[in-house]
Design a protein around this ligand. Structure first.
Ligand SMILES: [Zn+2]
Length: 270
């Protein structure tokens, strides 16, 4: 195979809710019990499939970023030994140590944003805390936030794997990306899924297609200044929220559940 990615670097963000055959539990989502073991194994398998395809095509560096929950989920020794692993929590920002040398970022196991009917385990950071995040008046989810962080380093988003609704949202926000649909949601906690191993195979083929189209991949750039609106599920969370705008002033409460303000960049939020 032609080494079309010779010497290039890639970064794969990996969440768990969007992986094949992952549906969590009613009222709980994907906690530590129930399906957790399977979910983290499948998310790691999907990420590994993408990483191995990138190495096959000549990539020099692939970082797998374990970003579900507290950022410590996978059995790391089962990942391809050529990958680097970003893990843990407590740092600021997204994509730790991503820089301008990277050729692309990918999303695996990601999910649709909160307020999405028929999407498996849809949420925006916390289904208990947030009704929505809006940037410049448009609802966004975790994929858009992460893509915007990559764009701060001029790194394009090139591939997404998620459930049917997650991919619909990815295509609206990043029309150029290659995608794999892992499952179709029947409710927040049920789905008809493709087979876990078939999804890994499809990820390999589709990552290859994305690599062949690398020149066409674009950055998801947000304008500055940025109007941020966050609607909470509980009034006390909205009243407690500490968010400051570009002048250091606290965000206004636009109603009892909602905080609104202007920031210079998405970096102010995370
Ligand atoms: Zn997650």
């Amino acid at each position: 195979m032609e080494r079309i990615l010779d010497g290039k670097k890639f970064y794969i963000g990996v969440d768990c809710e969007g992986a094949a055959c992952v549906v969590g539990e009613p009222g709980k989502g994907l906690g530590q019990g129930g399906q957790y073991r399977f979910a983290v194994q499948q998310a790691a398998r999907e990420a590994n499939a993408a990483a191995q395809e990138l190495f096959e095509l000549g990539a020099e560096t692939v970082v797998i970023w374990d970003n579900h929950g507290n950022g410590c989920n996978f059995d790391y020794e089962l990942l391809d030994s050529r990958v680097n692993i970003a893990l843990g929590s407590g740092h600021r920002g997204r994509f730790p140590l991503l820089d301008e040398d990277y050729a692309g970022v990918m999303f695996i196991g990601y999910h649709a944003r909160e307020n999405t009917a028929g999407a498996v385990l849809a949420h925006t950071y916390s289904s208990a805390a947030y009704q929505y995040y809006k940037l410049n008046g448009r609802e966004v989810g975790e994929m858009e936030v992460d893509a915007a962080f990559a764009a701060l380093k001029e790194v394009p988003v090139m591939f997404c794997a998620s459930d049917y609704c997650g991919i619909r949202q990815a295509k609206e926000s990043f029309p150029w990306v290659e995608t794999v649909v892992t499952k179709k949601g029947m409710s927040w906690t049920s789905a008809v899924s493709k087979h876990p191993l078939a999804v890994c195979e499809e990820i390999r083929e589709t990552v290859r297609r994305a690599a062949l189209r690398l020149e066409e991949m674009e950055c998801y750039r947000l304008p500055s200044p940025l109007e941020v609106e966050i609607r909470y599920k509980r009034m006390e969370d909205a009243s407690r929220a500490i968010l400051v705008d570009w002048e250091g002033k606290p965000f206004a409460l636009s109603d009892a559940f909602t905080r609104k303000g202007i920031m210079n960049s998405i970096e102010g939020l995370f």
